[in-house]
Design a protein around this ligand. Structure first.
Ligand code: AHM
Ligand code: MG
Length: 346
């Protein structure tokens, strides 16, 4: 008797992602349930991708020729599997009016036979996929906006909205555990996939990034292509200034989701600065709509900052679906310092 009471008590303490999403829907009397369904589908698609990522190293072994696996199915690259999984989770749900993805050049329409919804979805189905062969963390990143154009179908105008107008943004990290982290603009929540139950459970309620941190994260191989302001900042965090508690530790995985997630939990700064290799064509690497913008929403909601080095990422008006921007994410103190250095030295 006593035992079952304690089990019941523990069950009510466990918050599944469904319970969490429903709780938030109930707080909004105007909610139609579309956003709830959208979030459920993201969680569902992520579980499918997580399963595939776990089997990544086995795909070639299970394939008989390298192209076809034992079931006679074509062995696909994981990023293609992730793309198809996300698309198939949403095309028929009646919650989206259109999508865009890193894997597809143009806007992705909803097939004519299905209902349309009031949201757009921009996603990177498998970010950091060049790391997959080395069994390094990869992730999925997503960003949702409300449809703003009057017609029935979604247009690129619906997708090309500043990050400030995101309704939901987040990422899933396929690491030693699979985690989903998201925000609807009321704080940042992290869920860990309990593999035997197949449920995402609330593990990180109300994530707050520390106001300062001692880790910097960037691809140092690009140092010579950065502006003077960025180089000076990096020189500074690597200096041995005792008073300012330098040098920082350097950590760089090369998977945005993993580098951003660590920065969010431990504090510090992540940078993918403007590259001036060809000074007449300076360029950022990371994509605004489905990499920089959703991460920026998460970081601002967690009490950190996100900038292009000049303006907040969330204020950038997108002009192209696959537009790239320089990206700085992190704790307030480090972000203010790098922005000041760029302002002073360029
Ligand atoms: P991808 O979308 O082709 O995977 O590229 C994005 C990745 C990010 O995950 C990561 O932050 C960055 O590219 C790493 O770039 P680099 O290898 O130049 O350091
Ligand atoms: Mg990517």
């Amino acid at each position: 008797m006593k035992k079952s009471a304690s089990i019941t008590a523990r069950m009510s303490d466990i918050i599944t992602i469904e319970r969490h999403i429903l709780h938030h829907e109930r707080q909004n009397p105007e909610a139609t349930g579309q956003l709830t369904r959208l979030l459920y589908q993201i969680a569902y698609a992520s579980k499918v991708i997580s399963r595939e990522v776990r089997r990544a190293g086995l795909l070639d072994i299970l394939g008989t020729t390298g192209d076809v696996n034992v079931q006679g199915e074509t062995v696909q690259k994981l990023d293609a599997i992730a793309q198809e999984t996300f698309y198939a989770a949403f095309d028929h749900m009646g919650v989206l009016c259109c999508m865009t993805s890193e894997e597809v050049d143009d806007i992705i329409p909803i097939p004519a036979q299905f209902d349309l919804g009031k949201y757009t979805l921009a996603f990177d189905p498998l970010d950091g996929s060049s790391n997959i062969a080395a069994n390094v963390n990869v992730g999925t990143i997503f960003s949702v906006h409300r449809k703003i154009t009057p017609g029935r179908d979604g247009t690129s105008e619906d997708l090309l909205q500043p990050g400030r107008r995101q309704v939901v943004a987040g990422y899933v990290m396929y690491g030693s555990s699979t985690m989903m982290v998201y925000t609807t603009g009321r704080g940042v929540y992290g869920f860990t996939l309990e593999p035997s139950m197949g449920e995402f459970l609330l593990s990180h309620p109300d994530i707050r990034i520390p106001d300062e941190g001692k880790i910097f994260s960037c691809n140092m191989g690009n140092y010579r292509y950065w502006s003077e302001g960025v180089r000076k900042y990096v020189d500074d965090v690597m200096s041995t200034d005792k008073e300012r508690d330098r040098p920082f530790s350097s950590r760089y995985i090369g998977s945005l989701v993993a580098d951003a997630h660590r920065t969010l939990l431990y504090g510090g700064i992540f940078m993918y600065p403007m590259d001036y290799k060809d000074p007449s064509k300076p360029k950022g690497k990371l994509r605004l709509l489905y990499e920089a913008s959703p991460m920026a929403f998460i970081f601002e909601q967690a009490g950190g900052m996100a900038s292009t080095g000049e303006i907040p990422v969330l204020d950038v008006q997108p002009t192209e679906l696959h537009q790239r921007v320089p990206l700085f994410l992190g704790s307030k103190r480090e972000m203010k310092e790098v922005i000041a250095s760029i302002k002073q030295h360029g």
